[in-house]
Design a protein around this ligand. Structure first.
Ligand code: HEC
Length: 162
């Protein structure tokens, strides 16, 4: 947690416009990611190193997702609804990322005015968790000043701290 606060402050560097809300805690986001996202998503860099998650391919690789055009990871078979959203030029930043992961289909329908469904059959239930997840994902963006430490591995599956 302490480290997360420091990371969150670092992300508030001037010019980092995508982090302007800045209410997320990246360390907490790592825990949420390991519990909620790794069954479907991996974070794997261009060199093929897995930086978070295992190797799940149900969803697109989230490496560099912050700042990326929606629905643009190569060779991933996105839903038509996501492709329509991406075609508007939408780029993942804090506002749309946090709204999307709390209601993937609902958010994309509202943003595009189309019907259809997102292929992501999962909803984050807590708004603060969505912001924490955003802060964590931003550490894997090439835009992010706070890149994860070399060789940093996701924590072993651990029990919730209590
Ligand atoms: C049950 C599997 C599943 C889970 C769990 C899941 N996702 Fe997804 N996710 C998907 C799929 C499938 C897509 C592609 C959606 C589409 O094409 O409509 C997706 C798309 C996304 C996108 C858009 C990426 C892009 O390239 O445009 C983001 C961001 C995302 N997920 C974040 C998350 C986060 C954060 C979590 C954990 C809270 C999570 N997902 C949990 C399956 C999942």
């Amino acid at each position: 947690m302490r480290f997360g606060m420091i990371a969150a402050v670092a992300l508030l560097a001037p010019g980092a416009s995508w982090a302007q809300d800045g209410t997320g805690d990246a360390a907490a986001g790592e825990e949420h990611f390991n519990r909620q996202c790794i069954s479907c998503h991996v974070v794997q860099n261009e060199a093929g190193e897995v930086l978070a998650g295992r190797n799940a391919k149900v969803g697109p690789n989230l490496y560099g997702v912050v700042g990326r055009v929606a629905g643009s990871y190569p060779d991933f078979a996105y839903s038509d609804l996501m492709m329509t959203y991406g075609a508007t030029g939408a780029v993942w930043e804090e506002a749309n990322f946090t709204a999307y992961i709390q209601d993937p289909t609902g958010y994309l329908r509202e943003a595009t005015g189309e019907s259809g469904r997102s292929k992501m059959a999962y909803q984050v239930r807590d708004e603060q968790e969505a912001h924490d997840l955003y802060a964590y994902m931003a550490t894997f963006s090439s835009d992010a000043a706070a890149a994860p430490a070399e060789g940093e591995a996701p924590a072993e599956a651990e029990a919730p701290s209590q």
